[in-house]
Design a protein around this ligand. Sequence first.
Ligand SMILES: Cc1cc2nc3c(=O)[nH]c(=O)nc-3n(C[C@H](O)[C@H](O)[C@H](O)COP(=O)(O)O)c2cc1C
Length: 166
Amino acid sequence: MLDAVSDTKQFDLRALRNAFGRFATGVAVVSLTDADGQATGVTISSFSSLSLEPPLCLFSLGKNQVSCRWIEAGNGFNVNILRDDQQGAAWQFAKPSEDKFDGVAWYEGRNGLPVIADNLCHFECAHWETYDGGDHIIVVGRIDHFEEGRGDPLVFYRGAMATVSQ
Ligand SMILES: Cc1cc2nc3c(=O)[nH]c(=O)nc-3n(C[C@H](O)[C@H](O)[C@H](O)COP(=O)(O)O)c2cc1C
């Protein structure tokens, strides 16, 4: 019988990453607070709707991401779906920084966690469950409040940002 490691297919990781990149997604920032209560966040493309009753959504986070620590604290998070004019914020939250929110307008949501201003849509979430997903964790949130804004979405495809009109 094969053990778990030898059973695992050894793909070329760059080729696999490129293949994953063929799935066009929107771009979101998960916003939350760090151990000091400071607003922080992380850019994600792994957002998905999950359930209507109860209202759930999910995303995955690399286990090495600093934000995993703040997710695991269990205080909840907000998911901000970005508009096509928020490309700067998308890249800013995808880089390590002492102050991820530097120059980014935000306000406190009903749950007391940061919301990025002028988003296309945002979901205020309580931590529901975390699952193991290989080198990522799968984070499920229960949506307690959501609001839709105006505009068109920012799109991520094959490593680049685009708009739906492009
Ligand atoms: C468009 C885009 C989508 C991304 N999606 C994810 C994702 O779904 N999960 C993830 O763990 N990292 C994703 N990243 C990478 C993180 O944003 C990046 O590693 C970030 O620096 C992590 O921040 P942290 O270490 O402060 O948590 C994405 C980056 C970009 C530009």
